[in-house]
Design a protein around this ligand. Structure first.
Ligand code: SAM
Ligand code: DTB
Ligand code: SF4
Length: 323
C-alpha cells in the first residue's frame, strides 16, 4: 500500500511541480522568456487590446491589519488620513466618470480586515448602482465570512479582488494578522458564490526570485485559475515597514509578468500598482510579456497612478486599444 499518498500530498506534489516550472521560466534568458510569453499570449488574446479597471477607495485608512506594504494600516505612521465610508452618490459619480474615460470595470476597495454585517449593506448598494451603469463591478474588502460572497453576488458583483500577495514562506515576514490559509478560504468562498476571482500579488518586497516563483505557483494552482491576476510592484510609502526595501530590477518585474502569462494562459494579467515609478519602455515590455490589463485613472487607492492623458498617449504610441 505504500503507493498511496496521504490526502494532502497530490496537491503538494502539483504545487512543487508548478513551482519548479515557474522557477525554470523565471531563469530563462530574457528574450526566450518574452518570446514564449508573447507566443502564448497571441494564442489566447488579441495582443493589441488592453482591459482597463478604475479603482476607488470607498473607505480609507485605519485598518487593523499589519500588512507591511500598506499605507492604510493603523499600525504604520503614514500620511494617509482616515476617512469614513464614501457616500453612494460620490461613488456613482466617480464610476460614471471612469466609464466615460473608457474603463470597463470599477473596483471598490475598503481598508478593512473584512466587512462587518453592517458595513456590507452600503457596499451592496454601491455594487447595484455601479452595475446599473453597465460596468463590470469589483470589490476588495478583505476576508469574507460565510454568506457574504453570496450577498455580493446577489447585488451584482462580477469580481472580487483578494491577493495572495507573496510566497507562503515569505508571507509571515510581511503580514502577521492573518495567514495564507485565511486568504485561500476567502478565495474559495468567492469562487463558490459564482464571483470571478481577481487574485495576484506584490513583487519588490525583498523576496527572492524563488519566492516570486512560489507566488506564481500558488496563483497558477488555484482551480480554476483566477480570471484576473494583478501583478503589483511595491509602491514604497514612507512610514510603512517596507519603505526603503531595495528596488527590484525592472527585468525581474517583466520576467514575473511573462511567467504569469505562461502559467495562466487564459487569465487577464494586470500590470498593476507601481506604474508611476516605471519607465514607459518597461511598461511596453510588460505588454509584450503578456500583460493585458491596467489600472486606469490618476489614483490607485491612496497613491498615484499615471493620469489618463499619459496612458492614452502611451496606448496610441504602442497602437493599443481598449478591450
Ligand atoms: N483591505 C483589503 C485587503 O487587504 O484584502 C482590500 C484592500 S488592499 C489595499 C488590496 C491590495 O492592495 C493588497 O492585497 C495588496 O496586494 C495591494 N497593495 C496595498 N498596498 C500596496 C502597495 N504599497 N504597493 C503595492 N500593492 C499594494
Ligand atoms: C491590487 O492588486 N492592487 C490594487 C487593487 N488590487 C486593490 C491596489 C494597489 C494599492 C497601491 C497602494 C495604494 O494606492 O494605497
Ligand atoms: Fe488593511 Fe488591506 Fe492595507 Fe492590509 S492591505 S493593511 S488589510 S487595507
Amino acid at each position: 500500500m505504500d503507493h498511496i499518498l496521504p490526502l494532502a500530498a497530490p496537491m503538494d506534489a502539483r504545487n512543487k511541480l508548478l513551482r519548479d516550472e515557474a522557477r525554470a521560466l523565471l531563469d530563462l534568458p530574457f528574450n526566450d522568456l518574452l518570446f514564449r510569453a508573447q507566443t502564448v499570449h497571441r494564442e489566447n488574446f488579441d495582443p493589441n487590446r488592453i482591459q482597463r479597471s478604475t479603482l476607488l477607495s470607498i473607505k480609507t485608512g485605519g485598518c487593523p491589519e499589519d500588512c507591511g506594504y500598506c499605507p492604510q494600516s493603523a499600525r504604520h505612521a503614514t500620511a494617509v488620513e482616515n476617512e469614513p465610508m464614501l457616500p453612494l452618490d460620490e461613488v456613482v459619480r466617480t464610476a460614471t466618470a471612469a466609464k466615460e474615460n473608457g474603463a470597463t470595470r470599477f473596483c471598490m476597495g475598503a481598508a478593512w480586515r473584512g466587512p462587518k454585517a453592517r458595513d456590507l449593506e452600503p457596499v451592496l448598494e454601491m455594487v447595484r448602482e455601479v452595475k446599473k451603469l453597465g460596468m463590470e463591478t469589483c470589490c476588495t474588502l478583505g476576508m469574507l465570512k460565510e454568506g457574504q460572497a453570496e450577498q455580493l453576488r446577489e447585488a451584482g458583483l462580477d469580481y472580487y479582488n483578494h491577493n495572495l500577495d507573496t510566497a507562503p514562506e515569505f508571507y509571515g515576514d510581511v503580514i502577521t494578522t492573518r495567514d495564507y490559509r485565511d486568504r485561500l478560504d476567502t478565495l474559495e468562498r468567492v469562487r463558490s458564490a459564482g464571483i470571478h476571482v481577481c487574485c495576484g500579488g506584490i513583487v519588490g518586497m525583498g523576496e527572492s526570485r524563488d519566492q516570486r516563483a512560489g507566488l506564481l505557483a500558488q496563483l497558477a494552482a488555484l482551480d480554476p485559475q483566477p480570471e484576473s491576476v494583478p501583478i503589483n510592484q511595491l509602491v514604497q510609502v514612507e512610514g510603512t515597514p517596507l519603505a526603503g526595501t531595495q528596488q527590484l530590477p525592472w527585468t525581474e518585474f517583466v520576467r514575473t509578468v511573462a511567467a504569469a502569462r505562461l502559467l495562466m494562459p487564459r487569465s487577464f494579467v494586470r500590470l498593476s500598482a507601481g506604474r508611476t515609478q516605471m519607465h514607459e519602455a518597461v511598461q511596453a515590455l510588460c505588454f509584450l510579456a503578456g500583460a493585458n490589463s491596467i489600472f486606469y485613472g490618476e489614483k490607485l487607492l491612496t497613491t498615484g497612478n499615471p493620469d489618463v492623458e499619459r496612458d492614452d498617449a502611451l496606448f496610441a504610441a504602442l497602437g493599443l486599444s481598449a478591450a
